[in-house]
Design a protein around this ligand. Structure first.
Ligand SMILES: NC(=O)c1ccc[n+]([C@@H]2O[C@H](COP(=O)([O-])OP(=O)(O)OC[C@H]3O[C@@H](n4cnc5c(N)ncnc54)[C@H](OP(=O)(O)O)[C@@H]3O)[C@@H](O)[C@H]2O)c1
Length: 304
């Protein structure tokens, strides 16, 4: 079996490359193309067609996306292109070369007001990123009707820089006084777990097993950023009173409060799927990014 993974230099794409290790796999990057990754601009139909024509994959996975809020705000056209145009062009390319497609989407297509969300629940995104992910889903369905669309919640896993995930960004901050949102609930899911689900979905598609056009996968444990901060502080002996509960994400009005995904359908279609426990998985992921504890404001250290 031959696979092409678009967006293989990113957090999820790196895990997907490992998960598809039993296939002949080609990964693409854009700005990061170290090692064997092929540089492909996923907003170029020609570049996609050249790669797919050369590799002739049985399955394509699209992990391309632009999910940095700074880029949504500063370069919305670029962010939209990375999320929507790339999805449409990759889907059209996959269909043209006869490959099955797994397209990655997000729980941010929902408004977070009525969880849990089933694959057929009505999307209602609150922010630009969610709207682009929903537009991408529509574009994928139009260009490649038998594609599988896999919606995922916030991911964590081994990162190359702290800001690559919310979790490692929180780990970087908890050594000093910090206020973290305690309203919006997230379901941090290990990228390797999501990648394994992606592989099982791809194999099911290749075997002609019907797995539904939209699928959900998520860890079960819901946590606010504040709760994640406390877990990190307690696990690594950092002062827990550095971490204060706030409501910045909820108050912004554009972050869904609780997008819990109903994931019952996938194990029925694919068989049992391994769920990783956050409490066990997070320490080695965050440990390299912890910063030493600073003084707690308002707490004077009396000279002895
Ligand atoms: N991370 C999460 O918490 C999360 C949660 C739910 C869903 N998702 C979705 O899952 C997918 C993967 O997310 P991720 O976290 O792995 O993202 P990521 O780490 O930011 O990686 C994004 C990937 O897209 C590539 N890319 C961006 N613009 C491109 C372009 N114009 N042409 C070609 N490649 C381009 C990047 O390449 P370079 O880096 O080489 O430029 C990188 O490989 C995205 O669709 C995202 O929306 C992510």
């Amino acid at each position: 079996m031959r696979a092409v993974i678009f967006g293989a230099s990113g957090l999820l794409g790196r895990s997907v490359m490992r998960a598809f290790g039993d296939m002949t796999v080609t990964g693409t990057g854009f700005s990061r193309t170290a090692g064997a990754l092929v540089a492909v601009d996923a907003t170029s139909a020609d570049a996609i067609a050249r790669l797919l024509g050369r590799e002739r994959p049985d399955v394509v996975v699209n992990c391309v996306g632009e999910r940095r809020p700074a880029v949504w705000a500063g370069s919305p056209d670029q962010a939209r292109a990375g999320n929507v145009d790339a999805a449409r062009l990759i889907a059209a390319g996959a269909r043209r070369c006869g490959a099955r497609l797994v397209h990655i989407s997000s729980d941010y297509v929902f408004d977070g007001m009525a969880p849990p969300y089933r694959p057929d629940s009505l999307p209602n995104p609150l922010n630009a990123y969610g709207r682009w992910k929903l537009l991408a889903e529509h574009a994928v369905r139009a260009a490649c009707p038998d594609a599988a669309i896999l919606r995922l919640p916030v991911l964590y896993g081994p990162v190359r820089f702290a800001a690559e995930t919310n979790l490692t960004e929180i780990a970087r901050q908890v050594g000093a006084p910090v206020e973290l949102d305690d309203v919006c609930v997230r379901y941090p899911t290990h990228a390797d777990e999501a990648a394994e689900v992606c592989r099982r979905l791809a194999v099911a598609l290749l075997q002609g097993q019907r797995a539904g056009s939209v699928a959900h996968w998520s860890a079960e444990q819901g946590l606010t950023k504040y709760q994640m901060g406390l877990l990190i502080a307690r696990r690594f002996g950092l002062p827990a009173d550095h971490v204060r509960a706030g409501d910045a994400d909820a108050a912004s009005g554009d972050r869904p409060v609780d997008c819990r995904l109903d994931c019952q359908d996938l194990p029925v279609a694919l068989g049992p799927l391994r769920r990783r426990l956050f409490d066990i998985e997070f320490p080695p992921v965050v440990e390299p990014w912890l910063t030493p504890a600073g003084p707690v404001p308002g707490q004077r250290k009396d000279p002895s």
